[in-house]
Design a protein around this ligand. Structure first.
Ligand code: DGL
Length: 267
């Protein structure tokens, strides 16, 4: 049973955790959210890089982590290189699924729904330039969906008004093939998003590809069906993470105390 860290700013990484659990049984999954600093998508890059290194570094040292999954596009498109340089274990990142979407779109337009930070990153621009020469990729700011996905995970109502407002630019794109969900919070809302845009749109996320990568990095051999899921948060008192634990039949989240000094960000 390997100790695998799944990290996100909030509960979005749960979409990646579920894809991995379904594909790779018999592991000890350590889900960690930096919810004291949520959302990441509107924070400045330099601050965010230091914060991610401090939080993930602390968890790796304390939990004897053997494999890290950064289940957050906003963190991955910024800090993957720095994390790999700092940590001695393999680090899998989550980046927008532009490549598979462009392969299937056959030249039809695509939309990339992501946080404003992910949309602005050089990493994201390079993905589009390298893999989507035939399809135009329309960037769509989904910052407002992060808190909607958090509410949904807490068992609260989602605002149809907000979802419609965020998706409005997509409805103006003629012959749209599909939408790349470039934030791990958004696959949690796929049923609601589908209701607005209709069944003809294809939704691309990175969960299945990450699960395959995890499988490839684990040592071969028989795997037990027994698994464990432990949840940690930088603010373990928050109602969302507590509600997710309760609804998943898990014990309450543990507080992760940062071992490195790290300033909080106030906007
Ligand atoms: N779930 C994160 C992502 O994949 C970001 C949400 C946020 O904190 O803004 O980008």
């Amino acid at each position: 049973m390997a100790n695998i860290l799944v990290f996100d700013s909030g509960m979005g990484g749960w979409s990646v955790l579920e894809a991995c659990r379904a594909h790779v049984p018999g592991q000890h999954w350590h889900y960690l959210c930096d919810n004291a600093a949520l959302p990441y998508g509107t924070k400045p890059d330099a601050w965010l890089t230091e914060r991610i290194l401090a939080v993930v570094g602390t968890a790796c040292a304390e939990l004897r982590i053997e494999l890290v999954i950064i289940a957050c596009n906003t963190a991955s498109t910024l800090a993957l290189e720095a994390l790999r340089a700092r940590l001695s274990v393999p680090v899998i990142g989550t980046v927008p699924a532009i490549k598979p979407a462009a392969e299937q779109a056959l030249g039809k337009p695509l939309a990339l729904l992501a946080t404003s930070a992910t949309l602005s990153r050089r990493y994201t621009q390079t993905l589009i330039e390298r893999f989507s020469s035939r399809s135009i990729v329309h960037p769509v700011n989904g910052d407002a969906l992060v808190s909607e996905a958090e509410s949904f995970m807490a068992g609260d109502a989602v605002s149809a008004y907000t979802l419609k407002a965020v998706l409005a630019p997509l409805q103006a794109i003629e012959d749209l093939h599909g939408v790349v969900l470039g934030c791990t919070h958004f696959p949690l809302l796929t049923p609601q998003l589908r209701l607005i845009l209709g069944d003809h749109i294809i939704w691309y996320d990175s969960g299945a590809a990450i699960a395959r990568r995890v499988e490839a990095l684990l040592p071969p051999g028989p795997r037990s069906d027994a698994e464990r899921v432990s949840v940690y948060a930088t603010d373990a008192e928050r109602s969302t993470v507590r509600a997710v634990c309760r609804r998943s039949g898990l014990g309450p989240p543990c507080a992760l105390k940062l071992s490195e000094p790290c300033l909080m960000f106030f906007d």
